[in-house]
Structure formats: C-alpha cells, structure tokens
Design a protein around this ligand. Structure first.
Ligand code: SF4
Ligand code: SF4
Length: 158
C-alpha cells in the first residue's frame, strides 16, 4: 500500500485503500487534477502545487513516474457509473477511496472522500449531488465531503 500521498483541503494524509491497479476502462484524458491535489513525497511535492513534471496535458516522466502516481486512481477512473461530467477537472470534485478518515478526530475507517478542489459550491451541481447519493445508497463506507471549509461526514457507513 502506498502511503505518501496527501491532499489539499484535508487535515490528514491520504492513504489509498488498495495498491492494486484496477482494470480501468477510462483514461484521464486532459485531466491532471491529482497531479496538483496530491502530495507526492517521493517528489517532495506538496499538496496543492502542480507537479513540476506535469506538462499541462499529462506526465512528462510517465514511464518513470513514482509508484504512488502509477497506483493511485480517483473513483471517477474506477467507477464507470459516474458520468463523464464528473471527471474531476470538469466537476471540480475528486472522489477517492481512502483507508482512513480525513480528520484525526474521527474514527479511522476506510471511506469515500469527495474533495472540492476549487470551490465547495461545486458540491451543489446536480450530478455531484447524485454521486454522493449513490455512495450513500451503496452504504458500505463512510462518505465525507472535504473542502477548504473542512471535512464533513455525509454518511457514517455500515
Ligand atoms: S483526478 Fe482522476 S481523472 Fe484526473 S488525472 Fe487524477 S486519476 Fe486521472
Ligand atoms: S510525476 Fe507525473 S503523474 Fe506523478 S504527480 Fe507528477 S506529473 Fe503527475
């Protein structure tokens, strides 16, 4: 499991739940949001700062990118049921499956986190509201919203 990613707007480092690259039908296209949002310790890259290897459309060191980059995928990449409009660069919200809660004062548990990267008003888009509702209906994991305003538990999980 990788453990050297952190995220802008969250109080704690992100610990991805699975290190196994999933079978992915989707590609990132022109989205490079996680290259800005995540902290990549292997590159000494802080959260919220665009990686120096980002070309604007992709990764300039793709064959040699850190393991963290190779293994980490947002939930839009992993879940085809999420519509194209929810690609993080389009929606402003990046979903991830994390191995622990985004705040230190909450019990640690695997959880789904939706992070508003620019503006928490992006949480109000209808497709984003529906995505949170989908995760809540599924119900297995706690669901969190994280933005510059902090981390809020939307659903406690089972
Ligand atoms: S946020 Fe998701 S879609 Fe965007 S570059 Fe990262 S993995 Fe790809
Ligand atoms: S090394 Fe490549 S994939 Fe990793 S954060 Fe930098 S630009 Fe993105």
């Amino acid at each position: 499991m990788t453990s050297d990613t952190r995220v802008q707007g969250g109080a704690r480092e992100v610990a991805p739940l699975s290190a196994d690259p999933p079978d992915l039908d989707r590609s990132c296209g022109s989205c490079t949001l996680c290259c800005r949002v995540l902290e990549i310790q292997a590159l000494n890259k802080p959260a919220g700062v665009l990686c120096r290897h980002n070309t604007g459309t992709g990764c300039g060191i793709y064959p040699k990118r850190p393991e963290t980059c190779a293994r980490w995928h947002c939930l839009w990449r992993r879940i085809n049921a999420l519509p194209d409009t929810l690609r993080p660069d389009r929606s402003g919200v990046m979903y991830s499956l994390d191995s622990r809660s985004p705040t230190a004062d909450a019990p640690d548990a695997a959880c789904i986190v939706g992070r508003a990267v620019h503006d928490d008003r992006d949480f109000d888009r209808p497709e984003t509201v529906e995505a949170f509702a989908m995760f809540v209906r599924e119900g297995s994991f706690p669901v969190w919203k994280v933005s510059e305003r902090g981390a809020f538990l939307v659903h406690p999980g089972l």
